[in-house]
Each structure stands twice: as C-alpha cells, then as structure tokens.
Ligand binder design. Structure first.
Ligand code: AMP
Length: 603
C-alpha cells in the first residue's frame, strides 16, 4: 500500500489530508489519483459508496483546477442534495490550504437566489443536482463555456431518478475539450450509453466486484409476518442498544410514521424524507451526524448520499422497490474499512426479493432471528453494566445525594447490591416483553413461493360486533384505541366477520385492557361484549373441520349473550395435529415460551 505522498498530490492537499487523519489511500484512491493527475483522460470508476471515491476524484480535480481564475471549470453532478452538500464539504476540507478556492453546492429545494449569489462570488467547482444546475444555467448564473471537467457521481442513481435528459442537456452544452469522470456502483446499459455518447476511450477501474457488496458488510434477513414488522424493528433496536443506524422505509408516510412510533416508544429517533423542508432536513442531519440522534428513519431518496461516519447498522424496514437501491442503502454502513450490518425485515412473500438481491450483490444473506425477551434482556444488561464502567461521574451534582443513598443501602453486601441492581434492570425490560411471543416465521415450513399464511402468534379477543354493525378494520382499530387508550401498535390483526370479529394481540396485557374497556359499552343501543377466544386460529374444531362461525344462529346467540357453551367451544381449540407426524404442530413453540416464562419469574 502506498502513501498519499507517492500519488503526485501537491503540498497543500497533502497537509489537508493529514489533518483529516487520512493515513493511507484507499484502493480506489491509490489507483485513480495518479491516473487522473497524469493524463487528460475520461474515466469510469466502478466503486461502491464508502470506498473513498469522493477523494479519488476530488483531490485530482482540486489539483487540476486553476484557482487564480474565478471561472467555473468543473461540474460535479450528483443525484441528491445531501450528496451535493457532502461532496462540496469534503472538497472544501481538502482545499483548506488553497487560497481562493470556491466550491459551491447547488440543489433543488433551497433558495435559488442565495445559490446564484454564491456562484457569482466565484465558484471554480460546482457540485449540483442536474435539475437545479439547469435552472441556474437558464438564469444565466452559470456558464458552461470554460468547463474542463465533469464528474458524474453515482451515475446509476441519477439515471434511476430520471435525470437522463438533464444530464444529456448539460453534457451536450459543455465544450468538447473536457474530461468526463464517471463513478457508479453498478453498470446498467444506460450508464454505458452515457459513456459511449460523451466519453472518449475512458480508462476504467473496478474496485471490488461490480455490483458486489463490501466484504466487511454482513447481510441478514428476518422473516416475519407483516403485522409484526414494527415489533421486529423494536426488538432489533432493543437487542442492539449501541446501534447508530439508519432505518429505511419505502414511503415518506412510512418513514414519518415509524419515526413517530419510535419516538413515542422512547427511542432516540427522527425522520428524514422529502416532505421536510430543507432546513428541517439539515437540522435532522446535523443532529444525526453529531450523534445526538441514534436512529435515522429515512426514505431512499432523502438518505442517498448520507456520509456519516461509523454507521453500525442499516435496517430495511421495507425492502426497496429496486434491488439496486439495496446496495445504495446498505452502503451507508461499513464505510472506510469499518464493519457493518444490513438487516432486512421481510414477509414470506418478499423472500424472492432476497434471492434477487443476493444475485445482484453476489453475497448470501444470513437468516436472522428476531431476538426474544431473554436475548434482549441479556444484551441490555451487558449495555447497562458497560455504562457503569464508562459513566462520567459528576461528583458535584450528586454530592448531597450520596450520603442518604449510602445510608439506605448500608445493609447490603456488594454481591447483594449487584444482584438487586441486575434484577431491577432486567425487570424493566421483561415487563416490556412479558409473554412476548416468538415472531419469527419458520420459513422452512412455508411453500416455495411463500404466500403468507395466517398463524396466530398470540391470544385473540372475540367481540360481538362485526361488519353488519358498521365495523371495518380501520373503524374497529379506532374504536378499540379510543375506548382503551392503547395505541394502534398494541393491536394486532383484526378479522371482521359479519356479526362478530376477532382481534389479535401480541401482548396479553393489551388484550386484557381492551377486554375490560369494552365491558359495559353499548354500540347503537346494544351491549358490546368481548372475551378471550383461545389460542390458535379458532377456525377449526378438534377434528380439523371448519366451524360454522358465520352462521346466523351463532351470531344471534352471541349477541343475545346466551352462548356459554359456544365459548367453551372456542377455548377448546387445541393446537391442531400435523398430518404427517400426528405431533402437536405448535407444541415446540409453546414449550419454549413456557420455559422462558419460568426462567423470568425466577428473576
Ligand atoms: P466516500 O466513498 O468518498 O463517500 O468516502 C467514505 C468515507 O471514507 C468518508 O467519510 C471519507 O471521509 C472517508 N475516507 C476517504 N478516504 C479515506 C482515507 N484514505 N482514509 C480514511 N478515511 C477516508
């Protein structure tokens, strides 16, 4: 491995790099910098995000730019505002010791007049999103006539985002005597087309396998039921108390909702998506970058280009629509030689997508297991104990408290004190997770094509109102939340039948709360009644035959409240027997959770 001194960079840049703490060039820097410095060449760099490619093109670009002139000589096009800002910030840091260097980011969603003013002050290098650059060109604020270098960063992503025409427009209006340097994580035919249209015998460099994922990045997927998505996320976050992560959602609404739910549930999270103003986005990013935020919940577009050091995990709350975006997302972690984890929550219908992604990135996913209460409790305890070691003690603030506390605890030995502290900490988590079921889907027993089968994972509530009473799922959810004060996340799958309904709960306590809150209520003049409907689907008799749940008789009885016998029928639903072995199909699961319950009660 060479040092930066051997690459041909000037003293000013070397000094700045040293100050930034870059000791050795990354592989792409080692190869691309001398190539771009020496020759006036077009260039294609196939490299993942996080490989150090900004410096790989940024340092030669700074070296080759004439900062004695105030004319715009280089354009860097990037798909998102975040990436533009990131690139211009990075270049400004490298150019710290170069006097007169003007590097200006221009991007949509921000005040165009301010950007025009900044460009007019002198911008030898502009980092721009294609659309906004065209606006500035149209307004006569940017001239392309002295452009000598055009860098297309994340070219595949720009094309994905529909910038093809804008890029064509910009490139065809630049002088012929220029060099185009193109960077892309993948090489679809559209990117090849740009290179054949606008580049002349480009030198090509591939770092790592094309489309592949960094070696220091591990990929996991977690097979869950759709209804358990949020709970799975919470468990993963609880299991990883030191996480510094990005959670990706498919839509702005999802990102907003997931972030709000996490905040409500006590996590240090916030959202980043296109419905936020630029100012709000900057604020969120600044908090995240400074680690005042632990979890950033983002959409693909908003998060592209995020370069925050030491992100430990990328969680795909939803898989992206395009397999290619998976690479962009997971490239937020495992940057600059650090390791990272990419975790995807998938329902069984999405398993095929995992296979597609595996082919794309040339890597296999590990099958992850959503942790259970015990595993989470252990991790939290380890975290808590670590914090005891690392906590900064503010002697002054606690000096008056210590004496009475010590007095209160004076009878306890060190062992006893530790035991109690551990119990308390464990209790706190186990209370949250008490009776929480296993929410992993056993993919080995799903059909090849998946097709999510309904499996009850927790107790169900029977309620004697249904669609004929004007209930649909949304109305039932609001009705139960309003009555009980619980939130939507506490309530599981709702199955509306004509004259009655079933509601699932992950947490039996929530079921109890809803059941109690319903008692004594009247709906359209009729008493509402709810009771536990027993484990299992409730739709099969012991003999495996379907019960006639929908019969009118049955419904009338429910409403009249004369169905004690029927109630017995519901709780009679024993786990059904597997046809093959005759074993109880759910016995293993329940044995396991019983064991755990016993273990917890000991603490
Ligand atoms: P990039 O791929 O350009 O987005 O860079 C990824 C991260 O690596 C950024 O945070 C850079 O500041 C950092 N980085 C780039 N080059 C080096 C280097 N030679 N040594 C250490 N960190 C680097």
């Amino acid at each position: 491995m060479s040092s930066f001194h051997e690459l041909g960079l000037g003293e000013n840049l070397l000094k700045a790099i040293k100050e930034l703490g870059f000791e050795t060039p990354t592989p792409i820097q080692e190869q691309a910098i001398p190539m771009l410095l020496e020759d006036n060449t077009d260039f294609i760099g196939l490299a993942q995000t996080g490989t150090g490619k900004t410096a790989a093109f940024g340092l030669p670009l700074l070296e080759k730019t004439d900062f004695n002139s105030s004319q715009t000589q280089a354009l860097i096009l990037a798909p998102t505002r975040e990436l533009c800002v990131q690139i211009s910030n990075d270049l400004a840091k490298y150019a710290r010791f170069i006097s007169g260097a003007g590097i200006v980011p221009v991007y949509g969603g921000a005040n165009i007049s301010t950007q025009i003013r900044q460009v007019r002050k002198g911008a030898q290098i502009i980092a721009a999103t294609p659309g906004r650059l065209i606006d500035l060109i149209d307004k006569g604020a940017v001239s392309l006539k002295n452009i000598r270098y055009v860098v297309l960063d994340e070219a595949d992503e720009m094309l994905n985002m529909g910038f093809q025409e804008d890029i064509d427009d910009i490139l065809s209006n630049t002088p012929d005597e220029k060099n185009v340097w193109l960077f892309s994580a993948t090489m679809p035919s559209e990117v090849r087309e740009i290179s054949s249209n606008y580049m002349n015998k480009p030198k090509e460099l591939t770092i790592g396998k094309q489309n592949s994922s960094a070696d220091n990045l591990e990929h996991y997927y977690y097979a869950i039921h759709e209804r358990d998505r949020y709970n799975a996320l919470r468990r993963i976050l609880d299991f990883t108390p030191e996480i510094f992560g990005v959670v990706f959602c498919r839509t702005k609404l999802d990102a907003q909702q997931v972030a709000e739910n996490l905040i409500r549930d006590g996590y240090n999270a916030d959202s980043l998506h296109g419905d936020l103003s630029q100012q709000q986005r900057d604020k969120v990013m600044a908090r995240y970058r400074n680690r005042l935020l632990q979890v950033l919940v983002a959409t693909d577009v908003a998060a592209r280009g995020i370069d925050v050091r030491d992100i430990t995990h990328v969680i795909h709350y939803h898989l992206p629509d395009e397999a290619e975006n998976y690479t962009h997302r997971s490239g937020r972690t495992a940057r600059a030689g650090k390791s990272g984890m990419s975790m995807a929550l998938v329902n069984v219908r999405e398993l095929d997508k995992i296979r597609q992604i595996e082919r794309k990135i040339n890597r296999k996913f590990h099958v992850g297991k959503v942790p259970d209460a015990l595993e989470i409790g252990e991790q939290q305890l380890i975290h808590f104990v670590k914090k005891i070691h690392t906590v900064k003690v503010n002697d002054k603030a606690i000096e008056n408290l210590l004496a009475p506390v010590q007095d209160e605890l004076k009878d306890l030995s060190r062992e006893e004190l530790i035991k109690r502290m551990v119990s308390l900490e464990f209790e706190r988590f186990l209370n949250d997770y008490r009776n929480a079921p296993n929410i992993n889907v056993d993919i080995a027993h799903q059909g090849k094509q998946g097709g999510e089968r309904y499996r009850s994972s927790g107790p169900r509530l029977f309620i004697n109102v249904g669609s004929v009473d004007g209930f649909d799922r949304g109305y039932m959810l609001r009705y139960l939340c309003d009555l009980s004060g619980l939130s939507k996340a506490d309530i599981g799958r709702i199955d509306i039948k004509p004259v009655y309904s079933f509601i699932e709960f992950e947490n039996p306590q929530s079921l109890e709360t809803v059941m109690n809150s319903v008692q004594g209520e009247f709906h359209k003049g009729r008493p509402v009644r709810a009771e536990i409907s027993g484990e299992g689907s409730g739709e099969k008799k012991k003999d495996g035959k379907k019960k006639d749940w929908g019969s009118k008789d049955r419904g009338t009885k429910d409403r009249a409240g004369k169905d004690r016998g029927n109630k017995k029928g519901w709780s009679d639903n024993k786990p059904s027997r597997s046809r093959k072995t005759g074993e109880k199909s759910s016995s293993r699961g329940s044995d396991k959770s019983d064991k755990k319950k016993k273990k917890y009660s000991g603490w």
